[in-house]
Design a protein. Sequence first.
Length: 243
Amino acid sequence: MRIAFITDLHIDAAGVNPKGVDVRQNFLNTLAFLSELKPACLVLGGDICNTAGDPAIYEWVCQQLAQLPFPHYVIPGNHDDSVMVAEAFGRKHNLHDNELYFALPLEGRPTLFLDTSKGELSPQQWNWLREYMAALRDNNVLIFMHHPPIPADVTYMDAHDSFHQSEEFLDLVKGSSCHVTVVCGHYHVEKVVQRGNLMMLITPSTFVQIKHDPAEIEIDNYYVGIREINLTTHGTTSTVHYL
Ligand SMILES: [Fe+2]
């Protein structure tokens, strides 16, 4: 099964181009590329909005997605409003105390979609995640979440804008007998991090990418990134494409 993952769209009001980037056109170009890639589904990794959740922006995004011949799933980012996302994308039934999280089998592979829009999981979401991980023991688990759950040697983001509960996440994964693949965004870089039974695939943005080493944010490039993930009987493979 081929999954396309795009993240950090940072779409603003019509006519507004953050950092001079036509983020709406980038998104449309991405969708055009997907017609070549032909995934079985698309996952949107959050930060659909540039600064804060806006129903008009979600509506525009949903209008474009309606033309795709395959389903799409969405998780919120720190620049999104989970309730607005759930309303716009028809996922209100997956809202739990204003957090949007759910599980699906993707071609038999247990797949969890988390809500890290606050930079952390609520106690209720932790309980849900722990129960799922316990029930899924020995499986290969796929997790989509906006934030990389552990540090990734991207200096600025690790120091100033990282997931708040890295230790808890690592403890949960370490204590499980699952192989966990996390597909995430937020850092605006392409990176693979492997630690114990955790593999983290950080996915570049469709907006801008940043340099990994500087202590302050420095733009690396403006290429639009799209991650392809293939779940097959002989393993999980992943590629990043740039437009
Ligand atoms: Fe983000």
